[in-house]
Design a protein around this ligand. Sequence first.
Ligand SMILES: Cc1ncc(COP(=O)(O)O)c(C=O)c1O
Length: 272
Amino acid sequence: MSDPTWANHTGLFEAAGLTVKTYPYYDYDNHNLKFEQMLDCLNHVKANDIVLLHACCHNPSGMDLTNEQWDIIANVANQRGFTPLIDMAYQGFGDGIDEDAYGVRLMASNVDNMILCCSCSKNFGLYRERIGACSLIGATSQQADTALSILLYVIRCNYSMPPAHGAAIVETILDDVALKQQWHDEVKVMRDRINGNRRLLTQALTRQNISRDFNFITEQKGMFSFLGLSTDQVQQLKSEFSIYMVDSSRISIAGISDENVEYIAKAVAMVL
Ligand SMILES: Cc1ncc(COP(=O)(O)O)c(C=O)c1O
């Protein structure tokens, strides 16, 4: 898994009995990707290992791979023979519904085995309906069939039957041309709002004349970014300004608005 990753990944994979290790990913000091170190690490991964990648809108860092970096990682996956497990929980919230699938499609056409986990929690607003999809790619259709039968067995022993209503909603939308278009348009509204909030916050922080460059917030993608504050500064934001975020200073970009952005920027300037 990337260091860092969505906190629940560790719990999920360890509960499944897997040994979990991380590859370098986010550079907290420079607010960008440790791409060379990531590559160096992935170049040592063995064929029977699984490498978790975030399709887009990396949670918690907002730091995504560029298309060129995906190309390089796909080559490494092909050469090393490890199985990519791609988690796609925010499709459409980064650059676009198609654009955000670049890495997924590229990887699928480059490797023999792949697992894709898509969630509809966010981009369909169906958070607690447990709707998503798991797709398996095998080197041969026989291998894919075997993997599917194992997956169905695990599901049977785990939750037995998935809830049907969320899936029925998504199916209704995707099967209807007009509804699908409406969904595309509405996801665009959300994407534009998130990217707009990123610009709003960066501009408001810049106006505070803090000797720090916050442009990385505009360049990152999705619902989260690290502000780059210490735990003490995060505590101070909570106790003195009633601004809440996790100790790592991961902020929810969706919580920013025209009304609160100036207040947030002033408070961040104060604690800095
Ligand atoms: C990266 C990532 N994967 C998966 C999930 C959860 O998806 P689901 O609600 O479909 O379990 C989240 C957040 O909730 C997430 O951030």
